[in-house]
Ligand binder design. Structure first.
Ligand code: SF4
Length: 267
């Protein structure tokens, strides 16, 4: 397969938006894994990133704000042959839909959660989101944000996710490789992508990220070590922060063995 086999139309994002490279990285990851478009479902949230569904030739579903994840989990449970990728922005994923993320980490259905994290509600003119930095001035916080930002990586690790990664939309090759690993992971996988909104976020620009980002060599295998990277106050590690290799129950009805694990869990 070629990456173009998954794409259609012409995105209407602002020229230079970080969403362009996420779209390319995702299409390349699907192509390199040789997944047929008919076997892939993308579930989108409301937001600039969610509009990506209009420009993919896989199956797509546009959900309500903050609700792409439960729909994706349901689809994957009902049809285990599908490769299911839920997408959301930082507002939907870490605001309206944060409860879904915490429980998805626990339930461990094999779904990739790809979050376009630009630290703003960009589609609605740039209001502060749960990941906006303290003191940032936005249209909804003219005096500066007073709350501490959500740390999605640390939350997912703490909630029991077995695969937690952070990518950067300024590095397509690295992001593509992360997405391939997430798709192949046997269980729920969070991929938080630092995605500059060049129109509304004049602080967290491509250059701002490039000065802070560094690449991890390998995933941590235990949560405490991964949390140290998640809480790095000065720099932003990208890569797979945590990949658990021990046997973790997976909610996957395509595997008989896992059904018996589930039955034991719920009996
Ligand atoms: Fe991208 Fe920001 Fe424009 Fe939305 S407003 S398309 S996130 S640059």
């Amino acid at each position: 397969m070629e990456s173009g086999d998954y794409l259609c139309g012409t995105p209407t994002w602002c020229p230079g938006c970080g969403n362009f490279s996420i779209r390319i990285a995702l299409s390349q990851a699907l192509a390199e894994l040789n997944l047929l478009p008919k076997d892939v479902l993308l579930v989108a949230d409301v937001g600039c990133g969610g509009n990506e569904n209009n420009w993919f030739k896989t199956y797509v579903f546009h959900s309500l704000h903050g609700r792409s994840l439960p729909l994706a989990l349901g689809a994957r449970i009902a049809n285990p042959k599908l490769t299911v990728i839920a997408q959301a922005g930082d507002g939907g994923a870490y605001g309206e839909g944060l409860n879904h993320l915490l429980h998805a980490c626990r339930i461990n259905v094999p779904v990739v959660y790809l979050v376009h994290n630009n630290q703003l509600y960009s589609l609605t003119a740039g209001q502060a989101s749960p990941t906006t930095d303290v003191s940032s001035k936005t249209v909804s916080t003219p005096a500066g944000v007073s709350e501490m930002p959500v740390n999605p990586i640390a939350l997912a690790i703490s909630a029991g996710a077995s695969f937690v990664a952070r990518g950067f939309s300024g590095d397509i090759v690295h992001l593509k490789e992360l997405l391939k690993k997430a798709i192949l992971h046997r269980g729920f996988a969070l991929v938080d992508v630092l995605q500059p909104c060049i129109t509304l976020n004049k602080v967290n620009t491509f250059d701002w990220y490039k000065q802070r980002i560094y690449k991890l060599d390998k995933p941590e295998r235990d949560r405490i070590s991964a949390l140290k990277f998640a809480f790095d106050a000065d720099k932003l590690p990208i890569g797979v922060l945590l990949e658990e290799t021990r046997a973790v129950p997976v909610f996957d009805l395509s595997k008989e063995a896992d059904v018996s694990v589930l039955m034991k869990e719920f009996s």
